[in-house]
Design a protein around this ligand. Structure first.
Ligand code: GDP
Length: 436
């Protein structure tokens, strides 16, 4: 294992009251002893001056941890000095001249994982916590870091291994000696695990959505009120609103939170035959932008010239996507429109009528349920859980059908391995490279 001495500035770049530097690995404690003004005790905050051969480098609070009782599991130093980048750089230079090297991004967490201080899902939760885009997401990441998700997974892992061991016990018997009551009990156990995995898949999907957030694109013909709705949701006048069609040429984006879910909302150029080159470029961007969002919000106005067949055709073009149809300008309600087979909301962008419903509908249509947020997750976790579930279904097929014990045991082993990938029990090196 890599135990060389690493150091890094732990605070964001720039000026601040306090600047934090961490050192971890072999030699951390000796190096600090060499430059501190007085001896320090482990796990105690000490006010020290750091000196390079008598010359003062900085003064502040130093906490030293003797491995394995530290975040990384190694000897670790945390120094809280002054938040001046020049002072911090001078200290880092000193450490690097004296045996340390700059840490790679995520290397402290990687060491914590490699030294079994945290599992892989918890290490991922640290990164997700730092980059969370809503309070709900941060809370969910904290729960994952605390181990809520990992405990659920290890519980299920333990039950899966039990089931496989029980099957393997039966494999040692000749056909006539097989205990069919025991096999039924194993089947019942695997059915329960499968039910629980389905529940966890739902929660993990929710956590993954919370982690990634959703992309929402407003589209429709010019003058239907896209920029007005964009501004109303953004609660500021970002997009230009005029009665002149074709004013939005560049896609505008704003980050919002709806029911705890991070939402990136984009206003695009109205799609029509362009009247000039700039608008044409804007329309091209708008068409690209609606290729792959989580939700497309199509705006129409019930004006006399609007043909419901055209609206159906637009909805047809968007089939396969998650679509919300907005009938805007209902204060001018000029024409009765038929019902369309998608979620439809009537709005008045000038007064805000209907916009609350839109803010509820966006998380709903994405499949997000704020009440079932138990922890933060990633798409990788959902994949592992779904694979586990497929192997469980295969093993249940065997248990209910031909009862070929070797095959059932093999499916249960694959299920265990897939589940084990979440916390890093079975993990390929390239995956670690992606995570850290
Ligand atoms: P966009 O081209 O689709 O972005 O549409 P805008 O947001 O620029 O709006 C075009 C015009 O319609 C502006 O004059 C808006 O004030 C007006 N407008 C937008 N929403 C409504 C609405 O609900 N009712 C009425 N009466 N006018 C609206």
């Amino acid at each position: 294992m890599n135990k060389d001495l690493i150091c890094a500035i732990a605070n964001p770049p720039g000026v601040g009251a306090i600047g934090i530097i961490r050192l971890s690995g072999i030699g951390a404690l000796d190096l600090v002893k060499k430059i501190t003004s007085k001896p320090t005790r482990y796990r105690e905050a000490c006010l020290v001056s750091l000196k390079d051969e008598g010359e003062l480098l900085d003064a502040g609070i130093l906490i030293s941890f003797k491995g394995p009782s530290s975040f990384t599991g190694e000897d670790l130093i945390e120094f809280q000095g002054h938040g001046n980048p020049l002072i911090q750089r001078r200290l880092i230079n000193y450490f690097c001249r004296n045996g340390a090297r700059l840490a790679n991004p995520g290397e402290f967490s990687e060491r914590a994982y490699l030294n079994n201080k945290i599992d892989l899902a918890q290490a991922e939760a640290i990164a997700d916590l730092i980059t969370s885009k809503s309070e709900a997401a941060a809370t969910a990441a904290l729960k994952s870091l605390r181990g809520d998700f990992s405990h659920e997974v290890s519980n299920l892992s333990r039950r899966l291994i039990e089931a496989r061991v029980n099957i393997e016990v039966q494999m040692d018997f000749v056909e006539e000696e097989i205990d069919h009551l025991a096999i039924s009990a194993i089947q019942k156990g695997v059915e329960e695990i499968s039910q629980q995995i389905k529940k966890v898949i739902k929660q993990a999907n929710n956590g993954d959505l919370l982690n990634r957030g959703i992309e929402v694109v407003l589209t429709g013909e010019p003058n239907t009120g896209k920029s007005s709705i964009f501004n109303a949701l953004a609660m500021e006048d970002r997009a230009i609103v005029t009665e002149i069609p074709g004013t939005t040429t560049d896609a505008l984006t704003v980050d919002l939170v709806m029911d705890g879910l991070p939402v990136r909302l984009s206003d695009t150029a109205g799609i029509r035959a362009a009247t000039n080159k700039i608008e044409a470029l804007g329309i091209e961007k708008a068409v690209k932008k609606i290729q792959d969002p989580s939700v497309v919000v199509l705006l129409v106005v019930a004006a006399t010239q609007v043909d419901p067949i055209d609206i159906s055709a637009r909805l047809g073009e968007l089939s396969g996507r998650k679509v919300i149809l907005i009938i805007n300008k209902i204060d001018l309600q000029l024409k009765h429109l038929p019902e369309f087979p998608v979620c439809t909301i009537k709005t008045n962008a000038l007064t805000g009528l209907g916009l609350n419903r839109l803010m509820e509908a966006l998380p709903e249509i994405s499949g997000y349920d704020s009440h079932s947020t138990e922890f933060m997750a990633r798409t990788r976790h959902v994949d592992c859980l779904e694979r586990t579930e497929r192997y469980l279904e295969a093993s249940l097929g065997g248990l209910r059908g031909e009862k070929i014990l070797e095959l059932i045991a093999e499916d249960l082993r694959y299920a265990s391995e897939s589940l084990g990938e979440i916390c890093g029990k079975y993990t390929a090196d390239d995956l670690l490279g992606e995570i850290f």
